[in-house]
Design a protein. Structure first.
Length: 491
């Protein structure tokens, strides 16, 4: 059912659906939804803050000011750990001053140690579900942790010991860390056939994204396997996701549940559609109708997410995009870079936005200090819309060079593609990129292959880089088979 632990974030895979960054927006919405939930934990050191809505948390650092944290973790059983982890994740996401990411990871490591040592309590159904959900959505946990957790989950699934909500919640987290075989679809169909549990908006919000991730991961693996075996292009496309009976059943349920979906549920459904590149026209009219019913209560963050979803699948009526343009024109100077990024990617992929709007976006970017992901998004956007000034390209170049060590191989590939297509970048820029690639980072070989191809396309494959990729081909698992001789010609 599952192939083992994968430490690769699905949002950073080569051959991923264009622009997909699965999970970030959808997970953040679930954190927002639960941030005011009051949870009771039956151990006193946690009680003072666990029953206070997160929105009222003080600026004090909870872990630093609680000397009994180790004692608390020792005495909590794993069902209570799960509640602690949810609280801490919410605090860290929404109020970074209360729990730093470093502290959060230390707590998760402590819980993992207890889980691996425990042969009884840690294997109860609530613990299995909540540990899979909690660790998975934050992409944490060692190989040993996930192997043990998956063995228990597989046993429970085979014995029909889980309801559909528990299955969906577990998979929503676990698919960020575990590679599943396509046979999981048969198991899920069997579970759905045996249950009378309703497919509620929340269940669909968990299950659709999980199925989309499993499908896309297997699709990608098939593409690479057949690419490396030199099969004809027309023969390498895996079955479309709409041909899966399980997917069809979930889509039917989505139609039925749309009137009851809130912005969070709808965001997770669309996140799944983006990742699976599901563009069926039949469902988009009712989806936009539901968006229209919800839009009066949306935050700017939610607006940016929906612009990203609609744009990434080239959907949305002229009225939808006119509304987005009007909103952006009014709010652009107050947008934070993450929201700006989502709006820009949506507009770019939908080929929307007036020249005036893109000029306003450029002026906003020139005043912004962007992180690595935001810089990659801007490069993509202004490579597609060839209206950027040299001032903008120089601004992007200087920020990229300054942050060169923050980019992973997938992001480096996007930068090479963007600057290569736009024919921009001074010698110092390309030298910085080359030095970054030659550092010898153990990046997945599939990502290195795509980066190699981009460098070659734009004539940026220097002798030193050719030698680097030849070494990768010699030590790898044949993923570079066939390019070693070509690399030799570069020298």
């Amino acid at each position: 059912m599952f192939r083992g632990v994968s430490f690769r974030r699905l949002g950073k895979l080569a051959f991923r659906p264009s622009g997909s960054e699965f999970g970030k927006k959808c997970v953040s919405r679930f954190l927002l939804r639960s941030q005011t939930k009051q949870l009771t934990i039956n151990y006193q050191p946690w009680a003072n803050f666990s029953t206070i809505p997160v929105t009222q948390t003080s600026n004090n650092n909870i872990l630093a000011t609680n000397p009994n944290i180790e004692e608390a973790l020792r005495k909590l059983d794993t069902a209570e750990w799960s509640q602690v982890l949810e609280i801490l994740a919410n605090l860290s996401s929404q109020f970074p001053h209360t729990v730093s990411l470093e502290q959060l990871e230390l707590v998760y490591q402590r819980v993992e140690q207890r889980f691996l040592q425990d042969s009884k309590d840690a294997l109860k159904v609530p613990s299995v579900i909540e540990l899979g959900y909690g660790f998975g959505k934050l992409v944490l946990g060692s190989d040993a942790f996930w192997n043990k957790l998956m063995q228990r989950f597989s046993t429970l699934l085979a014995s029909s010991g889980l309801n559909i909500y528990e299955i969906a919640r577990f998979l929503f987290g676990a698919t960020n860390k575990v590679s599943f075989e396509p046979s999981i679809f048969d198991d899920l169909e069997h579970s759905l056939a045996q249950t009378t549990d309703p497919l509620t908006p929340e269940v669909l919000g968990y299950l659709l994204p999980a199925v989309a991730k499993i499908y896309a991961s297997n699709q990608q693996q098939g593409l690479f396997q057949q690419l490396h075996s030199n099969q004809e292009t027309e023969n390498i496309a895996p079955p479309a996701i709409q041909d899966l009976p399980l997917w069809s059943r979930l889509i039917d349920a989505t139609f039925e549940q749309l009137p009851q979906m809130d912005a969070t549920d709808l965001a997770c459904v669309l996140d799944a559609f983006v990742f699976a590149q599901y563009k069926d026209d039949g469902i988009w009219t009712p989806i936009e109708q539901r968006f229209d019913e919800l839009k009066s209560g949306l935050t700017i963050a939610e607006y940016s997410n929906f612009a990203y979803y609609f744009g990434s699948l080239q959907r949305g009526s002229s009225e939808f995009w006119a509304h987005i343009e009007q909103l952006l024109s009014e709010e652009v100077n107050d947008l934070s870079p993450p929201f700006l990024r989502s709006f820009m990617l949506g507009l770019t992929r939908a080929e929307e936005g007036s020249l005036r709007l893109w000029h306003l976006l450029e002026q906003r970017i020139l005043k912004s200090n962007l992180n690595a992901e935001e810089l990659v998004a801007v490069v993509e956007s202004f490579t597609t819309h060839t209206i950027a000034s040299m001032e903008l390209w120089n601004h992007l170049e200087s920020q990229i060079v300054e942050r060169i060590h923050e980019f992973n191989f997938s992001e480096l590939t996007e930068i090479v593609r963007g600057f290569g297509k736009a024919q921009n970048g001074f010698i110092t820029f390309w030298s910085a990129l080359e030095s970054r690639i030659l550092e010898g980072e153990q990046a997945p070989e599939d990502l290195q292959l795509i980066l190699y191809l981009e460098l070659k396309i734009w004539n940026k494959l220097s002798p030193e880089l050719a030698k680097h990729f030849r070494n990768v081909a010699e030590t790898g698992d044949k993923i570079f088979e066939g390019i070693e001789e070509e690399n030799g010609k570069e020298n």
